[in-house]
Design a protein. Structure first.
Length: 127
């Protein structure tokens, strides 16, 4: 059974792309390029790995705490809350640790995006 027939490509933002869950998410995207397109990547400070991810997946937008040019590898810097709220985004993978993920998750939900939540901290903080 071919699950790709008439299945639209999911446009995905990965929050915490350089962490363990984020890198595993990108492995799934690599395995199923006909099912997923990365439109946004967000990370903390692992600049070396993040640059490699930007070069490979070529998302439209990125956000980082690292020191990267605002237009790196054809991607454009934008605030994370703006990235997750963009109209082209279908799904947000929230793999950020601790309180860093709270505001982006709220922004994604307020924008009506599907959310894959990889940690319980956001639920605990938001009640």
């Amino acid at each position: 059974m071919d699950l790709t027939v008439n299945t639209p490509v999911k446009k995905l933002v990965v929050l915490g792309s350089t962490g363990s869950i984020g890198t595993q998410t990108l492995e799934v995207v690599r395995a199923f390029p006909e099912r997923f397109e990365i439109v946004g990547l967000v990370n903390g400070r692992n600049t070396e790995l993040f640059k490699k991810q930007l070069e490979e997946f070529k998302p439209v937008f990125f956000d980082t705490l690292g020191d990267i040019d605002a237009n790196y590898a054809g991607s454009q810097f934008a605030p994370v809350e703006e990235i997750v709220s963009r109209p082209e985004v279908d799904l947000v993978m929230a793999a950020m640790v601790g309180c860093a993920g709270l505001l982006p998750v709220i922004a994604a939900l307020n924008a009506g995006k599907d959310l894959a939540l990889a940690n319980k901290e956001v639920i605990v903080m938001a009640g």
